[in-house]
Design a protein around this ligand. Sequence first.
Ligand code: 0O2
Length: 218
Amino acid sequence: LLSLRSSDGGRDLTRFLMSYKFGIDEMMTKINILKDEFTYIHEYTPIEHVKSRLKSADSVLGKAARKGIPLTLDSIRDNIHDIAGIRITCSFIQDAYRISDLLTGQQDITLIEVKDYIAEPKPNGYRSLHLIVEVPVFMSDRVESVRVEIQIRTVAMDFWASLEHKIFYKYDKAVPAALLDELKDAADVARNLDVKMEALHDEVREHGAALHVIASVE
Ligand code: 0O2
């Protein structure tokens, strides 16, 4: 195999990464359809924000080298699952599972892996629902199944994760223990906020349903 850092290998790598960009495009279309349809029919959408990112060639090669993965396209495809990444932010915990079900229930999506850090948060307090899915991408001469990592989290989880990520890099991954403890406390506060907001949301919805029943009887 040509070295992926040589000019020919680099072209192969660019073409390889292009299929991940198309994988993101396919998934974004699905997510935007769900979002628009929900807004139109229910006047409410479980999807608040969506962001996507494609890992750069350098960061893919860097990750492969760090993990001791051979620098071939096949082994990169098999071992690095977050080349294409999508992050969906929602309001409530139950929305995260709803979005996950709506996406993974689609005929052409294959669910490869689920990591439920909402049910089982990481020791540092990180919470999020991670899915690895495969989506077909139709190209001029072939169909490729492209893996996309989807992170689904509430606004509170996202707020915590983005600050924690910044702190982690600010301290060059050596965060002082006292700060780690405070971050864990903040994660607990975010979790409590999610639980509280969900309970309020359910209460308001039940109240709305009761009003609807009264109105239909009258
Ligand atoms: P970035 O900069 O966001 O891309 P992997 O390392 O992906 O091969 P792993 O560790 O099993 O395998 O994956 P996992 O646990 O599903 O987490 C992958 C991604 O989730 C991370 O990507 C982060 O985006 C996010 N994540 C996981 N744990 C944490 C955490 O403790 N804090 C924050 N803020 N984010 C987390 P990257 O590549 O590490 O980072």
